[in-house]
Design a protein around this ligand. Structure first.
Ligand code: IMP
Length: 203
């Protein structure tokens, strides 16, 4: 099976490649898909529709052994009353991610409210059945409450340096890739997509 992903995010590409192995992954970046909805479901569908349209313009569509998909994800932080959610990539405009993470950690320390949850919604279109589906998954955890405990690594993706998944004592950027890829919101959504494709006898 060949999977075709709509994203320009290098971290998502790395994660999806590992999560979908041994299947092929082909990536289409820079699609014109404005994330104009305020739900993960709505925005992931906008990205998927842009990808499927692109497949029809570039080729003859989506062939039977291909699955096109896109994910919309975000983090919901208790100390910010569930924000930024679907607006995670645009939270605190003009503030770099490192500084954003420090501001969040300070707020958590101030309020003592350290809960957080990562969410991923994958929308996919299976060429073999011409069926569109969605899977939404969550990964619960807590936010660091000590700014001095933030560690920089080669794998710093978004809010990973400040998010400790439930059952662990270190943030996602410090835990191994294998750990993140077995418990993350994105890993669970991929599992759901693969299970649905298997139910449809497509994989
Ligand atoms: P979008 O799905 O392209 O709208 O972007 C979601 C944003 O949420 C990303 O740019 C990150 O800031 C954040 N995000 C989503 N998933 C993760 C993750 O696994 N680790 C860290 N940050 C994430």
């Amino acid at each position: 099976m060949r999977f075709v992903l709509a994203t320009s995010n290098k971290h998502k590409i790395d994660e999806f490649r590992a999560l979908l192995s041994p299947h092929d992954l082909y990536v289409v970046g820079n699609l014109d898909a404005e994330e104009s909805k305020d739900t993960y479901e709505g925005n992931s569908l906008i990205k998927l529709d842009a990808l499927v349209d692109h497949m029809f313009v570039e080729r003859d569509g989506v062939v039977s052994d291909e699955v096109c998909f896109a994910d919309d994800s975000g983090i919901e932080i208790e100390a910010f009353d569930g924000k930024p959610g679907v607006f995670s990539s645009r939270f605190m405009p003009g503030v770099a991610q490192d500084e954003r993470n420090r501001i969040i950690v300070r707020k958590v320390a101030e309020t003592g409210r350290n809960g957080a949850v990562f969410v991923s919604c994958i929308s996919f279109f299976a060429g073999g059945k011409e069926i569109k589906r969605q899977v939404i998954s969550r990964c619960e955890g807590t936010i660091l409450s000590d700014e001095g405990a933030i560690v920089r690594t080669e794998r710093d993706f978004g809010y990973d340096p400040i998010f400790i998944p439930k059952g662990f004592d270190r943030p996602f950027n410090v835990l191994s890739k294998d750990v993140k890829n077995s418990i993350s919101h994105r890993a669970l959504a991929v599992k759901g997509m693969l299970a649905a494709l298997s139910d449809m006898h497509l994989i």
